[in-house]
Design a protein. Sequence first.
Length: 323
Amino acid sequence: QEFLLKQLCVVDSASLCLFARNLTSGIVINIGFGTSFVVPVLRGHVIRSAVQTVRVGGAQLTQFFSELLSMRGIDAEWTPEMGGERIADITVARNLKERGCEAYPTPLSELTGGSFSLASVFALDPNPKTVTLGTVNIELGWERFLPAELMMSQPGASIPEAVMAAVDQMAVLESAGELGEDLTDGARIDGRADRRGRVARRIESLREAMLGRIVMSGGSSSMQGLPERLQLDVGTRFEEAGGRRDTVHVYPAIRGDPTRGDGTTWAGAAVLAGTSTFAKHWCVHEPTMSGPSPLWGYYDDGHDDDDEAYDDDDDDDDDDDDD
């Protein structure tokens, strides 16, 4: 009312990312500024108890890459030849990361005899790539693959591990009957089978369905080769757990305005706004303001929602921030 809004719609970003790919169920990986989130969604409902957090985001990747550049003797200090106004060294490193970093197609440990270390990676044969900032050409070597490797291979804090942990937690919830058949697509159930067999087949079907609908979002998710590498690593883990590797599929982030980075969430919002039922079922037509001021108030849509189910105490980062 204070801002003269005729309609208001509040939708979680994970669901919007799925809508961008014409999906309502799947796993959304959001690589944010300070933290990455793995968010499972079933038919538009975020399964909050299965959400996983990875304490690696765009800021850490930039800092890590800046340190790698220093180790390699690459000067990341701004010069007039780079164009534009003077920027901090860390911003130069970020620009180099965005233009030059990529994910290696397979785990780098496979190239170093199974033991992964910076020394072993830097000892590999040169694999140069030239990145241009303004009129300055900077040659990057193997260090350009290491930020992605940090996300893929860091023990106990990798995105593939978080994806499998989210799916495992959903399997636990399904076994306990907490997801409900109205949310899960379900498997083809033989009516003569016992309940344990039915549940086992539903869980298997659920795992395959979720892992076949992985959607990436966030600025750093646009790193070259990252979706393909993630699909390989998750597929390997799923196969080791007895699943089928070929059922895993990763949708890359949708590129938006170059000045804004990832456009997946915006694309999903456009899909939602274009539906015939959008105004009737999603928008708040006659909002009522509560709270002491517009900045601290909220809009009451008249429905008795379980607000306590939406606990954001653990979300100490803006998970929609791009680098």
